[in-house]
Design a protein around this ligand. Structure first.
Ligand code: HEC
Ligand code: HEC
Length: 346
């Protein structure tokens, strides 16, 4: 890619740099979270933990970005990882519950990918202990439906550009071990940064208008931050807020992983970054609008025997206060970031 093209991308992001995407197949070097010299995550982000057996390199993340956007990775060729984690929907898919390869109806809503590299366990119930395991399951399970990876790997390895890159990055052909590693490396670069709220927190007081500042104050005073905590806007813990608990057979959530009674119906606190785009809401996509989701949470969740009562109660907010909270959540919209959309595939 020409340096001029890079400038277009850097200045206007891939959104406007469409012309460059038609360039010949190339592995762009992606900014890495672990290298402060190359990338400047907000100061308060913790250092991202990278597994020793999958060191993060720009070339690996770039390879992962291609794989992540490639439907040939799925069992029926219909879906890529990106299909359900789309930029316009805040890296989710706009559906209440996802529909996997072979039109398989899945049981939960697609969560956002922002900052997944900082998580400690993955999926709504935290059943995957590493991003690599998560990527393997997404690929070979219902999402991508590549139960038999052999034909998929053969197809990938038959593409000369991929063969070259796998040789360079992993010293061999694509296999069941290195494909998830490359996917995980790419996902670690999906860092949300530079929202109006981030700029406000960094001292730019004019970044939030009055309503947003009132909303931010309410968000703290009314205890939202107890769970939507810190710069990630999640404590990475599991709580029962009552969603779907009135179903005949409720999704048991975290309980399935721990078998502890207190984890019944508990789900990982989602980040609220880019939340205005990721409707419908909650793990089952049961709430259509952000206003309804905020009213539900500010009202203390939905009563059930396992509700996280210590942290949730009806805050009795006025309509004006709800409007302020919504204004604040709008300040969490993620500005355009290069390399979030899939590149042109080989
Ligand atoms: C058909 C839609 C679909 C496709 C395709 C898909 N995902 Fe997902 N993804 C989901 C859903 C739904 C969940 C939540 C499932 C659950 O919690 O049980 C999820 C969860 C995740 C998570 C966990 C996020 C968190 O907060 O813990 C990651 C990471 C992820 N997907 C990455 C991928 C990767 C990598 C691929 C491709 C190999 C992929 N997804 C393909 C729908 C999809
Ligand atoms: C007890 C911890 C806790 C508190 C306190 C809390 N939340 Fe949540 N929040 C969660 C969990 C857990 C979920 C996901 C629940 C599910 O899907 O089953 C969630 C989901 C949400 C969602 C939907 C996110 C999505 O991606 O679908 C919004 C919006 C939200 N909360 C806003 C708020 C606001 C505003 C407050 C303060 C009034 C608040 N929350 C207080 C834990 C909490």
């Amino acid at each position: 890619m020409s340096p001029k093209c890079w400038i277009v991308i850097a200045a206007a992001t891939l959104l406007l740099g469409g012309a460059c995407e038609d360039d010949a197949f190339e592995f762009e070097v992606l900014p890495l979270p672990a290298d402060p010299a190359a990338y400047d995550p907000i100061e308060s982000y913790d250092y991202m933990e990278i597994p020793a057996d999958n060191p993060l390199t720009a070339e690996k993340a770039a390879l992962g970005r291609y794989l992540y956007g490639d439907p040939r990775l799925s069992g029926d060729g219909t879906r890529s990882c990106y299909s359900c984690h789309v930029r316009e929907f805040g890296l989710t898919d706009g559906l209440p519950k996802a529909i996997g390869a072979y039109q398989k109806q899945l049981t939960r809503s697609s969560p956002t990918m922002w900052n997944v590299g900082y998580h400690q366990s993955w999926y709504w119930d935290g059943r995957a202990a590493s991003l690599e395991v998560q990527a393997l399951k997404a690929w070979t399970g219902g999402n991508m439906g590549a139960k038999d990876t052999a034909p998929v790997l053969a197809a990938i390895n038959a593409i000369p550009e991929y063969a070259d890159q796998f040789e360079q990055v992993f010293g061999g052909a694509a296999d069941e071990d290195n494909v998830p590693k490359a996917l995980a490396a790419y996902m670690r670069t999906l860092i949300s940064n530079g929202t109006a709220w981030d700029r406000f927190m960094a001292g730019e007081t004019s970044a939030l208008d009055d309503a947003q500042q009132r909303g931010w104050a309410l968000f703290q005073e009314e205890g939202c931050v107890d769970c939507h905590a810190g710069v990630l806007l999640t404590d990475l813990q599991f709580h029962n807020v009552g969603i779907g608990m009135d179903a005949a057979e409720p999704d048991v959530g975290r309980f399935k992983v721990t078998q502890r009674d207190r984890d019944m119906g508990a789900f990982k606190t989602p980040t609220l970054r880019d939340i205005s785009k990721s409707a419908p809401y909650f793990h089952d996509g049961s709430v259509a609008t952000l206003e309804a989701a905020v009213r539900l949470m500010a009202g203390g969740g939905i009563d059930n025997p396992h509700l996280s009562r210590d942290k949730l109660s009806d805050r009795q907010l006025t309509d004006a206060q709800i409007a302020d909270l919504l204004a604040f959540l709008g300040a969490l919209d993620q500005p355009a970031v290069a390399a979030v959309r899939p590149p042109k595939l080989p």
